[in-house]
Every structure is written in C-alpha cells, then in structure tokens.
Design a protein around this ligand. Sequence first.
Ligand code: FDA
Ligand code: NAD
Length: 434
Amino acid sequence: MAGKSFKYVIIGGGVSAGYAAREFCKQGVKPGELAIISKEAVAPYERPALSKAYLFPEGTARLPGFHVCVGSGGERLLPEWYKEKGIELILSTEIVKADLAAKTLVSAAGEIFKYHILIIATGSTVIKLTDFGVQGADAKNILYLREIDDADKLVEAIKEKKNGKAVIVGGGYIGLELSAALRINNIDVTMVYPEPWCMPRLFTAGIAAFYEGYYANKGVKIVKGTVAVGFNADSNGEVKEVKLKDGRVLEADIVVVGVGGRPLTTLFKGQVEEEKGGIKTDAFFKTSISDVYAVGDVATFPLKLYNDIRRVEHVDHARKSAEQAVKAIKSNEEGKTIDVYDYLPFFYSRSFDLSWQFYGDNVGDAVLFGDNDPASPKPKFGSYWIKDGKVVGVFLEGGTPDENKAIAKVARVQPPVENLDVLTKEGLSFASRK
Ligand code: FDA
Ligand code: NAD
C-alpha cells in the first residue's frame, strides 16, 4: 500500500523531537524531507512546564508560550516555524505498528509512513496504579501527569475542587513538584510514599530532611513508609478516600499519582537491542538497526565520563541527545565524523521558592554543607559525592547562576579530596574556587 514517504521521520513530538528539528535546520534540511509524527495535538513543547507554571494560579504558563526551544534560552518554535521550514508536523497521530525491516510505520487510523532514517523519540509513559490492580484505582479524579491533556485535566480538577483535599501518591519528582503546585492553589495536600525519605533515587537523608521540613512549613502533610492499596469513590464514581497499607484512610477530592515512568519501547520490541529498559545505542544514538536512532528518555547510551551505559529521564539529555543524533546523521551523509557524546548528567527541579541543580553521579560518600535549615529566609546548602578520593557529583539548593556553573565544573573535572571534614567546612567555596 502507498503511504507518505520522508527522508527523515521522528516518531514522538516531545522535547527531543523539537530540539532535533532545530538541529536539522541548522545542519540543512530541504522542504519535505523531515516529518515529526506525534500522538499529542500540539507542536513540541518544554514538558517541564507542565508540573510547574502550567498549574500556577498566577503567572500561569500556556502554549504557545513554552514551545521548544525556550527552555534552554533558544528561539521559540511555533507551528508556523515548521511550516516555513517545510517540516511536516503530523499531530494527533499515534503510531501503533513499526516495522523496522520494511522501514514502515502505521498509525492508529491506518495511515502508512515510510522513512529512510528513523529517530525514535517516544519518551516515557506513566506507571499507573491500575497496572498493579490497586482496588478502585480507576475512580474519577485519580490523575497522572505526562502530557498536556493530563495537565488540562489537573487544571480542571483544581478549579472544580476549590479548597479541597488532595493526596499525592509518590515521593519522587512528580510527587514533590505537584504537592507544591496544589498547595499554591490552596488545596489541602498530603503526600504518601513508601520510602523513609522523599526522592531517594537522588536525595540523601540530609537533603530530604530539608525539603520535608520546608514542605511541612508550607502545610504539606507527609505520610512515609506506606503505600495506597485502595480507593473509595462516591456515587458519581469520584474518588473520596485513599486506603493505606498501614490501615489509615485519607480523605481526597483529587489524587495525583507519580510512581515512576516507563520508556515507550513496546513498538520496537524484538526488532532492536534493548538494555536497562531502553533502546541500546552507541555514542551517536544509533541503535542496533541501521538507519534507526533513539534519543531522550528511551535511549540507553554510553556515558563516557563513568565508562558505563545509562538511561537518563531528564530534559537536558533529551535536548542534547537529539542534537547529537542529528549531527551524527548529517555528518555521516557527508562522510565526516563527530566527537562521541560526552555527557555530564544534569538534573534540576523547582517548587515553591526553591530551586536545586545536580550535576554528575550520586555515588560514594555524601558530604552535606551549608545552611539547610528549612526555616531560614534564604536557605543555601548542598552535597558533594566523593568516590575513590574524587568529587563525582554535586547538589546545590538556592545557587546563583555562577554557583551552579561552579558545581557543574567540579562534577566534570572531578577534583581530588583529601579530607571530608575539611570539604564539609569549605562547603560551596570549594567549588567556587576551582
Ligand atoms: P517526551 O515525553 O518529551 O516526548 C515523547 C513524545 O512522543 C510525546 O509527544 C508522546 O505523545 C509521543 N509519542 C509516544 N509514543 C508515540 C507513538 N506511538 N506515536 C506517536 N507519538 C508518540 N526533566 C528535567 O530535567 N527537569 C524538569 O523540571 C522536568 N520536569 C518534568 C515535568 C513533567 C510533568 C514530566 C512528565 C517530565 C519532566 N521532566 C523534567 C522530564 C523531561 O520532560 C523528559 O525527560 C523529556 O521530556 C524527555 O524527552 P523525550 O523527547 O524523550 O520524550
Ligand atoms: P520518580 O521515579 O521520580 O518517583 C517515583 C516515586 O514513586 C518513588 O520515589 C516512590 O516514592 C514512589 N512510589 C513507587 N511505588 C509507589 C507506590 N506503590 N505507592 C506510592 N509511591 C510509590 O517518578 P515520577 O515522580 O513519577 O516522575 C515520572 C517521570 O517524570 C520520571 O522520568 C521523572 O524523571 C520525570 N520528571 C522529572 C522531573 C524533573 O526532572 N524535575 C519533574 C517531573 C517529572
């Protein structure tokens, strides 16, 4: 059967897709050569806005305000931009079948797309409580957050349940950012998570103690060491209560669940090599299948700095991996080579008046420094991670742009450390004078 044919197809229309499109234009792409096929109805945007300003009662962010590439200080790519460049934005189109041998994609509506080179940029999906068969987890107002449609449902629920009660299930990124966003909307918020402290995949107990204290001062209640095992709904099917494993029952008008993401690789299962839950790539984001690249959340790539292979679910890598893949594709066509991807992991988050950045690897001994009193008017503290006598990771809350630059440099350069007590005393000045 005939279908539309493109030289380059990007499947997925999120952060990576947008940054890849910009890079294609920088490198030179002819009208009609590139298509982006996205399940979402809107052009690529900066996904981090959805858990932050999109939910604020004031200073609210709305599209077209946060289309890529504004998140990294670049030009805002409006739908017109794609038109001008001759890039086809095929929106509201979910690909349901991918045949990498035949270089063919099929959409839910049965459209066929052919490509010469494919970039997989499908990102992640949320893990749902219904996936584990949690009783009552399909009740109304039990909400998740990944795409703009989910964010719109949340905005509706916040309006409808004005001054109501919310339970946030999960103590990771979504848990912490959404608890703050709902609290700012004057909702009564309780967080529930199984671990002894929040964000355990990055925070040490010392770091978490600050955020838990700060959130408590803002009126967020925290229930640790247990999970939601069931939900009760009213006669309209709307959630009313959250039943916890420890026997407690919490009232709720809204439940937001953030219990992790899952990379969207299912379309390619059995067709391409996978590792660590993602699609295995080389340092140019090339997969095991020729002419097929994978970027962003779905890619498991060589992290040169740590001589390891990793998958990273954060926006900075989504942007940079997309740019690297496009540079590799174009240089390959010209018979040139480019440098391997040499990534320094960078994660960040913002909530209430807080803002932290982390660079590097959180392995080895952690050393806490600075003012981490949650009641301080301007708290500024951080942590170094030291492995084999070298600093390998740095976290900083409340840093200025220069201080954040300094910690990034330290995480990249990995200076030696002789004495952890001295480092604790020196604190941020250790990074600033490097
Ligand atoms: P992304 O998820 O951006 O895009 C994937 C796209 O593919 C989507 O448009 C999806 O609809 C589409 N798609 C999937 N399957 C498809 C199919 N079969 N057919 C067609 N289209 C398909 N990171 C960070 O560093 N700092 C932060 O503050 C935040 N904040 C944040 C908030 C929220 C609410 C989320 C959900 C995530 C973050 N992140 C973050 C993580 C960051 O947004 C994430 O790592 C990047 O968006 C990943 O970019 P990708 O392009 O890989 O996927
Ligand atoms: P996460 O992995 O950060 O956190 C998941 C949390 O779920 C765990 O910390 C744990 O507390 C909790 N949990 C697990 N099982 C549970 C259960 N049965 N009941 C209650 N809690 C349970 O995942 P997330 O917060 O859902 O985020 C989803 C994705 O979005 C991730 O890829 C994340 O990187 C991304 N994201 C990133 C940012 C950021 O970088 N600032 C912000 C928002 C989202």
